[in-house]
Design a protein around this ligand. Structure first.
Ligand code: PHE
Ligand code: ZN
Length: 876
């Protein structure tokens, strides 16, 4: 077998044939579903009449094939593993085909498959080719009519895109429903669901007064877990009308929850399919974080109706066109709905940990890749989150009003079309008159730009000179980088006044908070009329996805922590201050020197704990230390144990000195109010629980009792999970073992709670975790075929830094075993799961060779193209 080959953006050719209308009939059966297709096809004008018709198709059993009703014989076409080529076809015709597929054995969860007994589909990116022969590419858009035939008892509910137009009973206990979707769409947005589903229904009146029926379809036992998703959906619909002027365009909008799903959710036209984890919530079963996640994902999928569905991508290299824009839209929605600064802090904190790591590793790629082997490997933090950061920069560069005009133009001009990233940026350039040509490099250059900054205050001339130098490190395939256009939002905070000073640059007054533009490799900005020595506050609100180094002293950081007018940068100053202390402690640990806590950090924490910060949500973030993963990102070579020890030392030192303050915060934020996922309550719970974490880091007897009490009170899952986690992660196995057992028994019937039960156990720092993972994999609640279970148990274990990176290499071997098994069952999940091993370059030599050995072992297997691509890059 030859190695899988990449496809290149530069090879793009418009389709030779269009499909104008698609008619499908599904006769459902677990092992032998029949799919009949009737496609109305037209040759594109510029194409010669000799051009063959090439259709994608994988794992399809061809039953029959005809053109305009005339059956084709084997001489008329050529069939292989990837599809079908019909040698000659008329300029305009109908193609009729029938194939057989087996949903019950489809463990890849792409195409038509079964999940908990129901049928569902996943077609993005290239899953439709496992359903029928078709030009499976997003620039072929057709209207669809779909008839679904199922068993009246087993599949009473039969759903597809659009509106139901007919239904009825058939012989043999079968029945059918016929659906029509009037909006032309690419086949990746096709969806079908069939099974014994139950619905919750609501209504929404659009801005032009149309009534839309909203339905959430779930298994019967989950009917009480849909309220929050429904409320989130309605808020999203209002928000998109008010913020972007976008109205929903069908009479029916459906969401379905399925248990087996590779990703979070999918924006199929009118029939969004969700991972049950991304839609179901209940105060007793879901945490605050889960509630917020559901709100964001419901919004994200809904927003795709315009940014993705009405206007879609020309080809999969343009994936960030829909994903970057839609993530930006859902981030803004969540910011408007909850606490804007906290949303930004959480997003950036995650971004700087996970996306920066991706950008620094062997799979680094631009937001618009120029080649790939397997597109499912490119649903990445770079395409999604960095893509969103770039759209955010665009929005800030042109200003919201121009951005909105550009967005209106984009939706109007390209409605019903499949377009490119240039088309989007061009709308923004036209709406604003800005030259965005240099800005386009953000789409083609991989890697995280680093800015080295330094500043000098000239007392004599009252000038502040700020020098910025940019550099983007080489990434695989991109040794040389060009300078980017980097917008830097900033202020100069007067050291005497503690206030933002007016910024005057080249004679122009910019106000107290302004954006400066770095376009060259290096530039010195000279601010004049600076009346007092300032501390610069740079990259406010994380105005660009870069690493910014400035030689701040700890005193300057402590100053910014209290005085910066930008909430994001106040938080960031605290993180930088903690990082400096952590760096010292990591070094001390490595050198075997006694660790000494930096009193400036302690005093900063004391001020936070006793001060009058009105915003509890922001305060919680400020009290959260950088994670071990984030600290690791800052180190040249990751020393797993030193990082863990240093961070624990800081937590314990703070808890010892500020015990009373943490206890006071805990007490002040307890409440018996009935649970509600409101920003106020969420902030209060999070503050209370952070205080409890610090107290538990020293296993304070009172804190242990409070944890037990909080678990026993069983008020809501956020509190229960937090306290149970603290107990399990402490050395009090005498208490945590029975608590875990009780929890596992109580929730054995609820897969989403059992996912949490797995994660709590395999993320603890104690050295028995590997054996626990092996034991839990044998439990009936675990299934390697369910992606949520794999993520909750194996994925979570691989994030357990001290245990995954054990020096005997057994953590790596365990992960490799699972990757090898999943490579056969679900290549998409296998390729994602292998990621931690691909980061071997970041570790010490011993771990490097252990990690590489496992990658080599995986490479010897007969690999799916998904895993092949990742492992190949990791070992290159
Ligand atoms: N397009 C989906 C989203 O971003 C994600 C997805 C991709 C889901 C591929 C399934 C398969 O919302
Ligand atoms: Zn998306």
């Amino acid at each position: 077998m030859s190695d899988p080959q990449p496809v290149y953006l530069s090879d793009y050719q418009p389709p030779a044939y269009r499909v104008t209308h698609t008619e499908l009939t599904f006769d459902l059966d677990p092992a032998a579903t029949r799919v009949k297709a009737r496609l109305l096809i037209e040759r594109n004008d510029q194409i010669s009449d000799e051009a063959p018709l090439v259709l994608d198709g994988e794992q399809l059993k061809l039953i029959s094939l005809a053109i305009d009703g005339n059956a084709l014989t084997e001489a008329d076409y050529q069939l292989d593993d990837n599809g079908l080529r019909i040698h000659t076809v008329p300029a305009s015709f109908s193609l009729e085909s029938e194939v057989e597929i087996a949903p019950s054995t489809n463990t890849a969860l792409e195409g038509l498959y079964q999940s908990s007994g129901m049928y569902c589909t996943q077609c993005e990116a290239e899953g439709f080719r496992r359903i029928t022969f078709y030009p499976d590419r997003p620039d072929v858009m057709a209207t669809f009519t779909v008839t679904v035939i199922g068993d009246l008892q087993k599949e009473p509910i039969l759903l597809a895109n659009g509106n139901p137009v007919a239904s009825g009973q058939l012989e043999g206990g079968r029945h059918f429903v016929k659906w029509e979707d009037p909006h032309p769409k690419p086949c990746y947005l096709f969806a079908l669901v069939a099974g014994n589903l139950h619905k919750v229904e609501d209504h929404f009146t659009t801005m032009s007064g149309r009534d839309v029926t909203l339905q959430i379809w779930v298994e019967e036992e989950n009917l009480d877990k849909t309220e929050h998703a429904m409320a989130s959906l309605k808020r999203s619909m209002v928000w998109d009308e008010q913020t972007y002027g976008r109205e929903y365009d069908l009479d029916l909008f459906m969401i379905v929850a399925v248990n087996d799903f590779n990703m979070g959710a999918m924006e199929n036209k009118g029939l969004n399919i969700f991972n049950s984890a991304a839609v179901l919530t209940h105060p007793q079963t879901a945490t605050d974080a889960a509630f917020q996640n559901v709100e964001g994902i419901v919004a994200h999928e809904y927003f795709h109706n315009w940014s993705g569905n009405r206007v879609t991508c020309r080809d999969w290299f343009q994936l960030s066109l829909k994903e970057g824009f839609t993530v930006f839209r859902d981030q803004c929605f969540s910011a408007d709905t909850n606490s804007a600064p906290v949303k930004r802090i959480q997003d950036v904190s995650f971004f700087r940990t996970a996306q920066f790591a991706e950008d620094a590793g062997p799979t680094a790629h631009p937001i618009r890749p120029d080649h790939f082997i397997e597109i499912t490997n490119f649903y990445t933090l770079t395409i999604y989150e960095k893509g969103a950061e770039v759209v955010r920069m665009l929005c800030n560069l042109v200003g919201w009003e121009n951005f909105r005009r550009g967005s209106d133009a984009y939706f109007e001009r390209f409605d019903g079309q499949a377009v490119t990233i240039e088309d989007f940026v061009e709308c923004m350039a036209q709406a604003s008159g800005e030259d965005l040509s240099q800005f386009m490099r953000w789409y083609s250059q991989a890697g995280t730009p680093e800015i080295d900054a330094y500043g000098e205050y000239d007392y004599v001339h009252s000038e502040y000179r700020l020098t910025l130098r940019q550099r983007t490190p080489a990434t695989p395939g991109q040794p040389e980088k060009l300078p980017l256009h980097i917008p830097i939002r900033m202020g100069l905070v007067g050291t005497k006044s503690g206030q933002d000073l007016t910024l005057t640059l080249a004679g122009e007054k910019l106000g107290k908070d302004a954006v400066i533009h770095l376009r060259d490799d290096e530039h010195t900005f000279v601010f004049t009329n600076v009346a007092e020595a300032p501390v610069p506050s740079l990259l406010r609100d994380f105005s660009a996805p870069v690493k910014l180094n400035f030689p701040y002293s700890r005193e300057e950081l402590a100053f910014l922590l209290t005085h910066d007018s930008d909430g994001f940068n106040r938080w960031d100053a605290g993180q930088r201050l903690a990082m400096l202390a952590l760096d010292d402690l990591i070094a001390a640990h490595r050198n075997g020197v006694e660790k000494v806590m930096d009193s400036r950090v302690t005093e900063a924490f004391r001020a936070l704990l006793t001060g009058s910060t009105a915003n509890k949500a922001v305060l919680s973030e400020m009290l959260t230390l950088p994670s071990e993963a984030y600290i690791a990102e800052q180190q040249p070579i990751v020393d797993v144990d030193a990082i863990h020890a240093a961070r624990e030392f800081v937590r314990q030192s703070l808890a010892l000195v500020l015990r009373a303050e943490f206890m006071a915060i805990f007490e002040a934020n307890r409440t018996d109010e009935p649970y509600a996922p409101t920003p106020e309550q969420i902030a209060q719970r999070s503050l209370k629980n952070i205080a409890l974490s610090y107290l538990m880091s020293i296993e304070d007897e009172k804190a242990v009792a409070l944890c037990e009490e909080q678990v026993a009170a069983d008020h809501n899952m956020t509190d229960v999970r937090h306290a149970l986690t603290l107990l399990v992660h402490s050395d009090r196995d005498d208490l945590s073992a029975p608590a875990l057992k009780a929890f596992g028994e109580k929730w054995a019937h609820d897969p989403l709670v059992m996912d949490q039960w797995f994660t709590i156990q395999v993320t603890r720092p104690q050295p028995d975790v590997l054996e626990r993972v092996q034991f839990l994999m044998q439990q009936p609640a675990f299934s390697i075929k369910n992606p949520n279970k794999v993520r909750a148990l194996i994925g979570a274990f691989a994030q357990n830094r001290v245990n995954f990176h054990r020096l005997d290499g057994k953590g790596y071997a365990l992960l490799a075993d699972v990757v090898i098994e999943l490579n056969r069952l679900n290549p998409e999940i296998a390729a994602r799961l292998v990621t931690p091993l691909t980061r071997w370059q970041r570790f010490d030599e011993n771990r490097q060779s252990l990690m590489r050995a496992q990658l080599e072992r995986i490479k010897k297997e007969p690999l799916s193209s998904n895993v092949y691509e990742v492992v190949e890059k990791a070992l290159a």
